[in-house]
Design a protein around this ligand. Sequence first.
Ligand code: P5A
Length: 501
Amino acid sequence: MQHKTETKTILQKENNFSEWYNEILKRAEILDIRYPVKGVYVWYPYGYKLRNLIYGILRSLLDKEHEEVLFPLLIPEKELMMEKEHVKGFEDEVFWVTRGGSTELDIPLALRPTSETAIYPVFKVWIRSHRDLPLRIYQIVNTFRYETKHTRPLIRLREITSFKEAHTAHASRADAEAQIKKAVALYKDFFDQLAIPYVITRRPDWDKFPGAEYSIAFDTLMPDGRTMQIATIHLLGESFARTFDIVYEDKDGAVKFVNQTCYGISERCVAAVISVHGDDHGLMLPPEVAPIQVVIVPIVFSSEGKSVEVEKACFVVYEELKKAGIRAFFDNSEERPGAKYYRWEMKGVPLRIEIGPRDLRNNRCEFVRRNDFKRMQVPLSDVVPEVERTLTGINDCIYERAKETFFANIYKNEGNNGAGKGKDKGEGAMEGLRRKGIVSLFLCESERCGKEIEERLGVNVLGEAVYEDGDEDEAEEREKSEGRCVICSKEGKRVYVARAY
Ligand code: P5A
């Protein structure tokens, strides 16, 4: 495609993440950012394959207990405006369709910023009895948000192209809360499969989803030390049910409101895979989601020209891998091996197999791992099992490295040493706060103290950590989770703060 002739200027992920990120999107052919609408971009074929493999994992997890649906993009003004909190949260972000051709529309239509107000009026007619519950649906659609903050490809979009939204309705609050736990487990599974580390927190009240009782979020850490919210799960309770009159008849004939949840993920999950794993050579894709898992490169020196034997051997390996269900590519283009290495490293192909005349004489080939460039010689007869073993090993290494970086950048502020009087109150608590990373400290629940710490440190309060039932560290952590608010010294809880995207 367009960027084949790109020069090999060195990329620096650590020093200039923003530049690195945009260069990678271009050179690895993930996203074309030249589309002439702000916050709106084009998926390249390679990027879209990556996106589909990632969303394939998400789909297979959701399909176990949800059914896929497809709701309209357009929402009538009246429906969008019905839930007061929800409107307040979204009114400045809505794109409106007000004309059909040259005719003014009687009813302005909103482009969905999310689909609660498109889906819940239909839930009202779908749900009649307790036998219709629980109702669990999802869709993967584009949504539109008029974002006023700095837009960024895959991260802050005005057209979110891959918005996965799940919506559930239940007979009781307990059932809805149980669903929240299931959704947390599902998202954990998803990000674990992408080898993306995260913290899970309950967002402070002032930062919850508009219309929700509470919101739980997954945040990962980007290479520049800022966190990115990669998923959210909301307990809606009865608020939307009351607004849209979604009721069911209970076993004993009583008519009750349903209890609801919703949870969402966008292409930020693709941004996370790119940003967390990539390095100065380009993308580094976990094998599970790599569009090409193995590239085969014939090694012939220019004086020798093409070697029929080498090509034949490469082709045999290619066929064997394909038969074993491995996504392989045989690069027998005219380019020099060096140029091929550069391209496939940039595209994050986890494993390269090189075969030259000398390898052939010894009935072997050479493996080169993308994550650490380690080489190993493998007998041609063992290629398939060795590839399988090596890909698993690569995934483990990528994940270990990501976790190491992540947890090395979480800093714990012990005690309430920062609480004090006068101008510098709170600052003392920030010893150990590096500019990069996530800090846990004590805060009370008041919005005033939360906002004060946000302003003073230029951070966002992510919230209190959420633990799973049976989590071994839970009991221990909970015990240590009470302390004095670093701003007002009143009783507080341990929360995470970080500079956030
Ligand atoms: C949950 C699904 C909702 O919209 N309604 C249905 C709920 N939640 S949310 O938090 O507002 O969005 C879900 C996730 O989408 C990502 N996201 C974005 N990604 C890219 N560009 C944007 N402008 C954008 N806005 C939200 C976040 O990861 C968020 O957690």
